[in-house]
Design a protein around this ligand. Structure first.
Ligand code: C2E
Ligand code: CA
Ligand code: CA
Length: 778
């Protein structure tokens, strides 16, 4: 998930601030509580002092009053005379007036003479012996006691006066000390009695605690409640204990702090909100320029390089934006330069093919002409004068073209040595005129870096819409037309309908050829040569057959020239030689003396190791050179006569029989022919096919036979299709014939069968019998 920058800022700041606030509130709360506690403790201490003070004061009062009574004359007399009734009434009156809760008269030795409360003699005696002002427990209550001796003048008794330590007493302390007071003790029955100013005092009975435990519990409660307590004990005469617990509720003191605490929380909340808002605003102010930068960067990425400044230049963001602006400018400049380089040729500043394509696409005309101008032999010129020189030449040619042609014609450079002249709304006549203009412009030699050179041009053209609608189609067809223009130089060659289909077929054949060699789609057919003297088949010619899965039957006249051009002829010839040699060896082993002839291509013959290779192949197949005839065409010989003669001599020395094929179609001179070490001449079938009707052919054949014989060669005629031709050739002294009249080329198996009946076939060939009967194999 992608979190926006400002939200991230918020997510980071909010918890930090919240934590700080919570800590502040907590700490202040803690310190408040500590203060409250400290104050409460102090007030408890004060309360204890007040408590003791109060006890002392009321003790003093009690003592004063008791003395007052003991010195009363009437009272002394009543006690001395033992008038009990009077004594009691005085006691009661006095006590009532003094507000005492307990009045008692004891004899000097501790007997109870009169009293308001029950007291045992034991306790009474103990009371008399007590050093300090004691407490007294009686009938479920505690009393502060004061004693005063009654003398007349000897001691006649003791006055005992007491104040109850009760709720009233507790309330007085509470009012003075502002702490709760709790009195705890156990009654005679063991029940815990609690007297308290505190309403929240827990019930002792429910907890099953005695008074001490209860006091302790209260004191200990401070840990987990708001109660802070301080407990102490007073023991009475007679051993009974009074537990006094002074306590104060922290809750109340703290309650004063609560609104303050609430305010603190409120302040915290408000500042949290303010912080969030601030973070939001900060984030906005930070992310706004970032967003502006991102949008600028995106614009640059999408090709809009004009970054509009939107941020102040003083900030880092503004600086970044300025940098971005510069980047945009630099990129756009560079792009323009690249675009120019792509559209215009660096050397001539003419449009490139790419730009031409754009112009062509933008054209509204359907009719166009495209003239392709090629500077011939530029590679050779570069080899001689160097790249720089040719560059200057090309620049000059470009200048000439531009000057000569009209402004409306677009001159483009599409390859090192090729220019294109493209014209809208132009047809065949226009392009012919352009070609003339171009030829005229470059008719005279140019002077390039002091070297005079006549520019040799080759031109072709294609027209829209006749030859294609796209620039690519037109260019392709102009190139095809150019490749067909080898013969006719510096003359415009217009693309011709179907030219590309023929080219396409050539391409397909060339492509399939390579596969066919790998797939073994080739086969050899055999055509016998008949020796007219011996009337025997002494030689047979191996002819290549190709049946392709896609193209069907392809004949050697079509694929051999293509294989020669592509170089595939070399492995193909090797295969033919091997196959033919295998057959020759097999037939020799079967007792048939027949030589096998193979056709040697000009390309094979041009190879320096041709002799060695052929020899090796023949030997590897188990054959010997004397079983083989090599047919070399006259034109193949003429390519390199010297090497040709060397090859022939060596081949002959090895024992091969050599024939000069297609004789009469090349232009070998008699002087050259004289030196050729060949065994036979094969008169080309074009001179033989029309025999005996064609008188001219007849004369050519006759003189060729004579020429061959005079040079010591055998003469063979190929293309013999009828008996008349055979008879004529025999009369002329021709040594052997080959042709459909005797047999068509046929696969090895059927040829072997044919050979079984060789004499029958030969007889039929010499007879006038129709050729059809021969194929029946009678
Ligand atoms: P080529 O060497 O002159 O072969 C003779 C051609 O004439 C053969 O055509 C053969 O079928 C044909 N022919 C024979 N007798 C007659 C006839 O009475 N009438 C007519 N009209 N034609 C006849 P093919 O087999 O189509 O071969 C054509 C050419 O292809 C050959 O001419 C040869 O130059 C070349 N070729 C054939 N096989 C090979 C080969 O294995 N290697 C090379 N390098 N070239 C080959
Ligand atoms: Ca041949
Ligand atoms: Ca031939």
């Amino acid at each position: 998930m992608k979190i926006e920058f400002r939200n991230r800022l918020l997510l980071f700041f909010a918890p930090v601030i919240a934590l700080a606030l919570a800590t502040t509130v907590l700490l202040s709360w803690q310190s408040a509580r500590a203060t409250v506690e400290r104050n409460a403790e102090r007030s408890l201490m004060v309360a204890e002092q007040i408590f003791n003070q109060l006890l002392r004061q009321s003790q003093q009062q009690l003592t004063d009053r008791a003395q007052l009574l003991s010195e009363d004359f009437g009272f002394r007399r009543a006690v001395a005379t033992g008038e009990t009734d009077t004594t009691i009434s005085v006691l009661a009156n006095h006590g009532g007036r003094a507000g005492a809760d307990l009045m008692m008269l004891l004899s000097p030795d501790g007997e109870v003479v009169a009293n308001t409360h029950a007291i045992t003699e034991e306790v009474a005696r103990e009371l008399l012996q007590a050093a300090e002002a004691p407490l007294l427990y009686s009938e479920g209550a505690f009393y502060q006691i004061a004693l005063a001796p009654v003398r007349a003048p000897d001691l006649i008794g003791w006055v005992v006066m007491g104040n109850a330590i009760d709720l009233q007493f507790a309330e007085r302390i509470q009012q003075l000390a502002l702490t709760d007071v709790t009195l705890l003790f156990e009654s005679e029955t063991g029940e815990v009695v609690s007297i308290s100013t505190w309403a929240g005092l827990p019930d002792a009975k429910a907890g099953g605690l005695d008074a001490l435990a209860m006091a302790n519990t209260l004191e200990r409660r401070e840990a987990d409640t708001d109660l802070l307590a301080n407990a102490f004990t007073r023991t009475t005469v007679g051993g009974k204990s009074l537990y006094i617990v002074l306590s104060t509720s922290l809750g109340e003191a703290l309650a004063a702090w609560r609104p303050w605490q609430r305010k603190l929380w409120l302040i915290g909340l408000v500042s949290l909100l303010v912080t969030a808002l601030t973070a939001w605003v900060v984030a906005l102010t930070v992310s706004k320029p970032i967003r502006a930068l991102v949008s600028s960067a995106n614009k640059i990425a999408s090709g809009d390089y004009a970054v509009q400044p939107s941020l102040s230049g003083d900030s880092e963001f503004g600086f970044l934006e300025q940098t971005l602006q510069k980047v945009g400018l630099a990129v756009s400049e560079r792009e323009e330069r690249i675009l120019h380089q792509a559209r215009y040729d660096a050397l001539t500043d003419l449009p490139t093919r790419q730009y031409l394509d754009e112009l062509f696409s933008a054209s509204t005309f359907e009719k166009h002409s495209l003239l392709l101008v090629k500077v011939r032999k530029q590679r050779e010129l570069t080899e001689v004068y160097g790249m720089d020189w040719t560059d200057q030449l090309v620049a000059q040619v470009a200048d000439q073209l531009q000057t000569a042609l009209s402004e409306a014609d677009v001159v483009a450079r599409i390859a090192r040595d090729q220019f294109v002249v493209w014209s809208e709304n132009a047809g065949g006549e226009d392009v012919a005129r352009q070609a003339d203009t171009v030829a005229n412009a470059l008719k005279f030699p140019l002077v390039v870096a002091g070297i005079e050179v006549k520019v040799d041009l080759q031109m072709s053209a294609a027209l829209a819409p006749e030859h294609g609608a796209s620039l690519d189609d037109l260019l392709r067809r102009a190139v095809i037309a150019m490749s067909g223009a080898v013969g006719a130089m510096s003359q415009l060659r217009l693309y011709q309908e179907g030219e590309d289909l023929r080219l396409h077929r050539k391409l397909r054949v060339t492509q399939r050829l390579q596969l066919a060699i790998l797939e073994g789609a080739f086969e050899l057919h055999y055509q016998p040569k008949l020796s007219l003297g011996s009337r025997r088949v002494e030689q047979v010619e191996a002819l290549l057959r190709w049946s392709d899965a896609e193209l069907g039957k392809v004949f050697p006249d079509e694929f051999i020239p293509l294989a020669e051009r592509s170089g595939d002829i070399i492995p193909l010839s090797n295969w033919v030689t091997r196959e033919a040699a295998l057959k020759a060896a097999a037939w020799r082993d079967a007792g048939r003396s027949v030589q096998v002839g193979v056709n040697v291509s000009g390309r094979d013959f041009a190879e320096a190791d041709f002799v060695e290779r052929t020899l090796a192949t023949v030997r590897a197949a188990g054959a010997t050179p004397d079983l083989m005839v090599l047919e070399v065409t006259e034109s193949a010989m003429m390519e390199d006569v010297e090497q040709g003669i060397q090859h022939l001599e060596r081949l002959r020395a090895e024992g091969f029989t050599l024939a000069l094929d297609d004789f009469g179609t090349g232009f070998s001179s008699l002087s050259q022919l004289k030196h050729l070490p060949v065994d036979e001449l094969k008169i080309d079938k074009s001179f033989v096919l029309n025999l005996p009707g064609d008188k001219q052919d007849l004369e050519i054949v006759r003189s060729t036979v004579e020429l061959g014989h005079s040079l010591g060669m055998k003469v063979v005629a190929e293309g013999v299709e009828n008996n008349a031709a055979l008879q004529l050739l025999r009369q002329m002294g021709c040594d052997a014939i080959q042709g459909y009249h005797l047999s068509r080329p046929q696969p090895a198996a059927s040829f072997e069968q044919w050979l079984e009946q060789e004499s029958l076939h030969v007889r039929h060939a010499f007879d006038d019998a129709p050729t059809e009967s021969q194929s029946v194999g009678l």
